[in-house]
Design a protein. Structure first.
Length: 207
């Protein structure tokens, strides 16, 4: 599939599951942002933002967030070059970054923002979205699915696993993400029961 086809498929999935996305940007705006942060720009990155403006906030069902151009600019003013951070996985646990290869393509790498080497996960933006759609787990993202008859315990178990895996600033953030995924999956789980058990698990009186 072409990058355009992959992005169309991804956009349909985001819309169907309640992810709020921004309108596409024009090439001038994309170039201006990359110029401001001093990063080279390949045509596949241009095509990405000409197709979607990123998420307004929050994450998708894989606990992944595609940043807006404003967010890209904000983060990369401080982020080390020459890579360009453009999204995060598992609630800011790690960044996905573009690495400019040539005028046509940028490869995609994971940065865990620790004393570890960067991990190459795709040779181009096209390859990245192909993997994202087919095997999100290979990118370190959540790849499970809830059944309509999932029990409160299964949701609480997922919430606990996110608390363990995510280097999130707040259990409330993880809770909100779990609740959104439950709703996007049209779960019939008792929200009240989930909230009560999740609060006990997190030892957080605010939940």
């Amino acid at each position: 599939m072409t990058l355009t086809e992959l992005l169309q498929q991804a956009t349909r999935t985001w819309q169907r599951t309640g992810v709020e996305i921004l309108p596409p940007a024009n090439e001038g705006r994309i170039r201006a942002v990359m110029h401001e942060i001093g990063r080279p720009l390949s045509s596949d990155v241009i095509k990405l933002y000409q197709s979607t403006g990123g998420f307004t906030g929050g994450t998708d069902a894989h606990v992944w967030s595609l940043w807006s151009l404003d967010r890209v600019c904000e983060v990369n003013r401080e982020y080390r070059g020459p890579l360009t951070a453009f999204s995060d996985g598992l609630i800011d646990s790690f960044y996905f970054c573009f690495r400019y290869e040539n005028e046509s393509i940028s490869s995609v790498w994971i940065d865990h923002m620790a004393d570890t080497e960067l991990i190459r996960v795709a040779g181009s933006v096209t390859d990245f979205f192909d993997r994202y759609l087919r095997e999100p787990g290979a990118l370190g993202l959540y790849d499970g699915r809830y059944r309509d008859d999932a029990t409160p315990s299964s949701h609480v178990q997922f919430f606990g696993s996110l608390l363990d895996r995510c280097q999130a600033r707040s259990a409330l953030t993880v809770f909100a993400t779990t609740l959104r995924i439950m709703r996007s999956a049209h779960s019939r789980t008792s929200i009240h029961t989930f909230v009560r058990r999740a609060g006990l698990l997190a030892s957080n009186p605010l939940l």
